[in-house]
Write a protein that binds this ligand. Structure first.
Ligand code: COA
Ligand code: AMP
Length: 634
């Protein structure tokens, strides 16, 4: 079909308020908004400021009331433990009510924070929705983060209660959550009043009497008593959640999502961007700890009356490279959304897609969506060839909560250009500018910015940090939001995302700050100075590589210190950092004014062409860096 994209994008551009007023009709409001946007409120304006609603009601109750009670709402599949369970909308609502009742018994009231540190199990989604029901602000922390990162998030969000489980399942090990959580609470200045913990059969966690409570006792009892909790009437502008993401320092940014704009935007994307109808199964193979998981494991499918999937496995090794195909066939999945790295992993393991022959994927699968990192044309072409369905790259950030650029399948797909996530979605006026904020011509690289205001669903601010919000995103290019991505727009308005303009690197679709890692390296007693860069990696896109200069007088062997450093990053940030390369060097290359030349070091490590920076203090140091990298096999 011919795409309606241009017509719809223009309709937004000519009257944004009418566009979002229309989209808002898809949500069941308690008080429908009269004001669509207030430019005077908040940091750059607020959406639907006089509307009230409950997000959990929109995700569950309204479907139960409208004939979807017995339809699958959530599919849980855990290939390592062999557990599979399908929750209907009515069952999911009952479970959410039970957890909401327990949270209320704990004294949690609207506006309180509840931190969720859970593996990929259905209870993580249930816990989050229970918070939304009672108006508590959830903050999910990814399970691959270690205690120090968790402690930072506890200190910033000040949760009254923490929801957790005894363990998560990685293919090579059982990850014990409780010791990590206990250590984090010890480290944190702010102490939660209560912890609600789900004991899993793989690991029995030790409980602290008076503080820790067993999910199995309390929630199961509440479920047996069929307890229900009225959904709290929330202002559209009240925070629904805080999701921490890497910033340019070791202190993560608490991205705030509101209730109203979030519900409106996500609902709009399901049909128009993803082409999904209510009742269909849409699987985002991500993690509830990331923004993709928040939007497309927890909320969007449920707001739309579709079915979501919680998969506690990997694309490979659980048990093999046919894992995704098995899921698609077994649950009649219409669209899969994952990171390109997952497809690179499958391709590496099964280059001829032999496992695909065992499953009937074509019966249900219509589209593969990719995001989270640059989709390299090679991987996209391979996926198109083996799956025989459109492969759609789309670009977004934790801050935006949904796609900034994409190919709107529901409006009729535009031609795919490999290497481009296609075009700006309605709501986003994307521009490419130079350092002086002047627009650059088509095809020229520059900073990617979005004209304010950001559309509904985007962050209104950072948690308790309006000033940091302005400083991080709004100051450099007045009137625009700085994405901190660089790229270009071609003559057909296709956007190309080429890399970050800050210290963020993307490792296996996970967003990490090299600045944060440098803080950890610098904390080692033998380290005088350090630099961390992201180097190209065939599977993960990038992997971190740390250079360290030892203090004079250090007598321990550099190899031992390098091992210490690798362990230190794993212990402090977590396994997700995938920090495996630490290299001791005599000196770091710097400009005459003392700035470390990370960009040139990266080019050398990536085997890209490079030139000696004119400002370098001592060119001989680059030779030393090259030799050190070669020695390590990088
Ligand atoms: N809890 C605890 N540990 C976790 C974890 C979790 N939730 N998630 C990952 N880890 C650990 C891994 O076990 C691994 O530990 P190891 O060093 O002991 O092997 C480490 O963190 C690094 O994880 P990752 O970078 O994800 O690599 P991997 O080898 O486990 O898997 C892929 C590689 C490509 C299969 C995997 O990264 C993947 O599927 N990525 C998809 C990315 C994604 O979902 N991005 C979200 C945006 S869409
Ligand atoms: P996160 O906030 O974790 O979702 O990471 C956001 C960052 O990931 C973006 O700023 C980009 O640098 C990168 N990213 C996400 N999606 C894409 C994409 N489709 N193409 C290129 N980069 C992407």
């Amino acid at each position: 079909m011919a795409s309606r994209y241009n017509e719809v994008y223009q309709s937004w551009k000519s009257d944004p308020l009418a566009f979002w007023a229309e989209a808002a009709k898809e949500i069941d409001w308690i008080t429908p908004p009269k004001t669509i946007f207030d430019p005077q409120a908040g940091v750059y304006g607020r959406w639907f400021p006089d509307g009230t609603l409950n997000t959990c009601y929109n995700a569950l109750d309204r479907h139960v009331n409208n004939g979807r009670a017995d339809q699958a709402a959530l599919i849980f599949d855990s290939p390592v433990t062999g557990i599979k369970r399908i929750y209907t909308y009515a069952q999911l609502l009952a479970e959410v009510n039970a957890v909401a009742a327990v949270l209320k018994d704990f004294g949690v009231v609207r506006g309180d924070r509840v931190l969720v540190y859970m593996p990929m199990i259905a209870e993580a989604v249930i816990g989050v929705l229970a918070c939304a029901r009672i108006g508590a602000i959830h903050s999910v922390v990814f399970g691959g983060f270690a205690s120090k990162e968790l402690a930072t998030r506890i200190n910033d969000s000040e949760p009254k209660v923490i929801l957790t489980a005894s363990a998560g399942i990685e293919p090579n090990r059982v990850v014990k959550y409780k010791p990590l959580l206990d250590e984090a609470i010890n480290l944190a200045a702010v102490k939660p009043e209560k912890v609600l913990l789900l004991q899993r059969p793989q690991e029995q966690a030790t409980m602290i009497p008076g503080r820790d409570f067993d999910w199995g006792d309390l929630v199961v009892a509440a479920l047996a008593e069929r307890r229900t909790v009225e959904p709290e009437e929330m202002k559209a502008t009240d925070p629904l959640y805080i999701l921490y993401t890497s910033g340019t320092t070791g202190i993560p940014k608490g991205v705030v999502r509101d209730n109203g704009g979030h519900a409106v935007a996500l609902k709009w994307t399901m049909k128009n961007l993803y082409g999904i109808e209510p009742g269909e199964v849409f699987w985002a193979a991500s993690d509830v700890g990331w923004v993709v998981g928040h939007s497309y494991i927890i909320y969007a499918q449920l707001l739309h009356g579709a079915t979501t999937v919680v998969y506690e496995g990997k694309p490979i090794g659980t048990p093999d490279a046919g894992a995704f195909w098995r899921m698609i066939e077994e649950y009649h999945i219409s669209a899969l959304f994952t990171a390109p790295t997952a497809f690179r992993a499958v391709r590496k393991e099964d280059p001829n897609a032999e496992f695909l022959k065992k499953y009937n994927v074509g019966k249900s699968l219509r589209t593969l969506f990719l995001a989270g990192e640059r989709a390299d044309p090679d991987t996209v072409a391979w996926a198109e060839k083996v799956l025989g369905v459109p492969v759609i790259d789309h670009w977004w950030q934790t801050e935006t909560g949904w796609a900034i650029a994409g190919n709107p399948v529901g409006l009729g797909a535009l031609p795919v250009k490999h290497g481009s996530p296609t075009v700006a979605m309605p709501g986003y006026d994307i521009q490419i500018v130079d350092e002086a904020a002047h627009p650059v011509e088509a095809g020229k690289m520059g900073s990617i910015v979005i004209k304010l205001p950001l559309p509904p669903g985007n962050l209104p601010t950072l948690w308790k940090q309006d000033a940091r919000m302005t400083e991080s995103y709004l100051i450099d290019f007045p009137g625009f939001y700085k994405t901190a991505d660089a790229g270009f727009i071609d003559a057909d308005n296709y956007v190309y995302i080429m890399g970050r303009t800050d210290d963020i690197i993307n490792v296996a679709g996970h967003r990490l700050s090299t600045g944060g890692m440098e803080e950890v390296l610098a904390s080692h007693p033998d380290v005088a100075e350090c630099a961390v860069i992201g180097v190209k990696d065939e599977l993960k896109g990038e992997q971190p590589c740390g250079f360290i200069v030892l203090k004079s007088g250090v007598t321990r062997s550099p190899i031992d210190i390098e091992k210490d450093i690798v362990k230190l990053v794993r212990d402090k940030i977590g396994p997700v950092a995938a920090f495996k390369i630490a290299i001791c060097v005599a000196r770091l290359p710097k400009t005459r004014s003392g700035k470390i030349l990370r960009g040139t070091m990266k080019k050398i490590a990536d085997h890209d062409p490079w030139t000696m920076p004119a400002t370098i203090d001592d060119p001989a140091i680059m030779e030393e860096i090259m030799a050190a990298l070669q020695h390590k096999g990088v």
